[in-house]
Design a protein around this ligand. Structure first.
Ligand code: G3H
Length: 545
């Protein structure tokens, strides 16, 4: 179905209750009344927040109603403090059971957790879909990618640990060097990949021997409810603890306590900046951050436009443009702008707009109720400064369904030029000289990725060399993206701090530490005794298969 729709046609895209396929229906709302602190699922009798889906249903009188998914506890700073206390006790300045446990045993705990997680696959995938409106196919992909990420993490840790399972002798010093945990990690993931991006920090942090305070994102909270028991049963008490409640209320006291050793946040640079400054001993705080981005596509005059449009549609509009890696500005050489816009409009016409369970759906309801209004303000602002929406119906919306808008020509006076829209608007900026395209990227506050579309090797090489010093991934003739997860995912400027690939994340959540002794017969005998007697989790030459 084409997406050039009138608002009443958009309303008709929402189902009646009966039209929701049985396989995806919410049989009963999930009312979570437990929080995980110190290895206990504690009953919560206080205030709760109702979760309403971005998916609406049409009622008999023609109104649209957001579907109730369930509710979850809104805890206070008191419960966060209890969670912090439990985590600190479990870590016990690095002397706790979990941080001193051998790597092979920690891996077994994570494997046990993964088995329990997989048992909940169907329920979690359905909750991702209902809570954030991600298509059923992509929700399933998110789950499976996460499980695969955990498996890859386990393999990477085995390799890392096995490589360190030996002594080195340099200049008369015998040493064994391993990676050790950092302490209490506060993990906060984003709403667009609530499971995957939370776990790409939580799992490496956990498996390296840290203890976790985990705050679910603002949308995509309930999907963690089915996992709480698995956390409780797979790890020693206090190793994983939950924090609910409004972020601005419950998170600052955690940072002010000085007891958080690592802030792992996938979110906005504004929030990260504020939180870091609250820590009383900033030198003790490590930050692992995935932040804002405004990735650009640069389309050269000799680009293969069919391929370019295909990649740019995917890059700009997968999950409605709600990806940190999305293409958020398209810079097109003026000589091919008209042809590009025509092909892009045609591609937009072919995108299916609808409910997340529909096969082949591309555009689905947006979880943030304020987003359609914000996007429309951006379009109005662009129109005021001379741009127009090029595709029929672009920018129309009904409740949470928003028709993607191709906006052209965008210039520096418009909000869309610099603001990260994080939604289904595609701002297109024409350029005449390659230097202008380069200077857009150079003068940006963000530095995550860029995509170049063209066929001339010399021009592309000329662009790549300056761009690799502006961003952390230059994509040639393809959209920006995070994966494959073994590749480094990071950014410059206000886009990231630290690197998150499968292997890099293990390093980000640990520090190298070593045991050293003089190369004397007495030292050798002593170390032999420890190794052969299996007396230490650190000093050993065990190989983990
Ligand atoms: O939101 C940011 C995600 O890390 C993007 O991941 O490029 O695989 O969609 P993706």
């Amino acid at each position: 179905m084409a997406i050039s729709l009138q608002p009443n046609e958009l309303a008709a895209k929402f189902p009646t209750l009966d039209e929701i396929p049985a396989a995806y229906r919410i049989s009963a709302p999930l009312h979570q009344r437990e929080i995980l602190i110190n290895g206990e699922l504690r009953h919560w009798g206080g205030p709760v927040r109702t979760v309403r889906s971005p998916v609406h249903v049409r009622t008999r009188d023609g109104a649209l109603e957001a579907v109730e998914v369930g509710s979850y506890p809104v805890t206070t700073a008191t419960e966060s403090d209890q969670a912090l206390d439990a985590a600190s006790k479990a870590y016990a300045s690095g002397t706790g059971e979990w941080p001193t446990m051998g790597v092979d045993r920690r891996i077994s705990h994570v494997q046990d957790f993964t088995r329990r997680l997989i048992e909940k696959r169907e329920q979690i995938v359905n909750l991702i879909m209902w809570e954030i409106g991600k298509s059923a196919a992509d929700s399933a992909k998110e789950f499976d990618r996460t499980v695969e990420y955990i498996r890859q993490t386990i393999d990477a840790l085995k390799e890392l640990d096995n490589n360190n399972s030996r002594f080195q002798i340099v200049e008369g010093t015998i040493a064994q060097i391993r990676r050790a945990p950092l302490g209490v990690v506060l993990c906060m993931g984003p709403y667009n990949y609530p499971l995957n991006e939370t776990f790409t920090t939580l799992i490496p942090a956990l498996i390296m021997g840290n203890v976790i305070l985990f705050k679910p994102p603002k949308f995509g909270t309930l999907l963690f409810a089915p996992i709480l028991e698995a956390f409780r049963d797979s790890f020693p008490a206090g190793v994983v603890n939950t924090v609910y409640g409004p972020g601005e209320e419950v998170v600052p006291p955690l940072m002010e306590s000085g007891q958080v050793n690592v802030l792992a946040l996938i979110g906005s640079s504004r929030v990260a900046d504020k939180l870091k400054k609250l820590h009383p001993k900033t030198n003790r705080l490590r930050a692992v951050l995935g932040l804002d981005a405004k990735n650009a596509a640069i389309i050269l005059p000799d680009a293969d436009l069919d391929l370019t449009v295909k990649e740019c549609v995917l890059g700009a509009l997968s999950f409605n443009g709600q990806r940190c890696t999305a293409l958020k500005t398209i810079l097109v050489h003026r000589s091919v702008a008209d042809a590009f816009l025509a092909k892009f409009c045609a591609a937009l016409e072919g995108l299916q707009i609808g409910m997340p369970w529909e096969k082949g759906v591309a555009i689905t309801p947006l979880p943030d109720a304020g987003k359609p209004g914000y996007l429309s303000e951006c379009i109005d602002d662009a129109k005021k400064h001379g741009a127009e929406v090029r595709n029929i119906g672009g920018g129309e919306y009904c409740a949470s369904l928003y028709v993607p808008a191709l906006v052209y020509p965008v210039n520096e006076r418009m909000r869309l030029y610099r603001e990260e829209q994080f939604g289904p608007i595609v701002p297109v900026v024409p350029f005449d000289n390659i230097e202008d395209a380069l200077s857009y990227v150079e003068s940006s506050d963000y530095g995550q990725q860029v995509s170049i579309f063209g066929t001339d090797a010399e021009t592309i090489a000329t662009l790549v060399d300056p761009l690799v010093n502006q961003v952390c991934r230059v994509n040639i003739n393809c959209q920006c993206q995070r994966g494959p997860d073994v590749f480094p995912f990071t950014g410059r400027k206000d886009s990231a701090e630290g690197t998150l690939s499968v292997a890099d994340a293990l390093r980000a959540f640990s520090i190298r530490t070593m045991v050293a002794a003089k190369e004397t017969p007495a030292s050798k005998a002593l170390l032999d005794d420890i190794v052969l007697g299996h007396k230490s989790a650190f000093i050993n030459t065990r190989y983990i298969f």
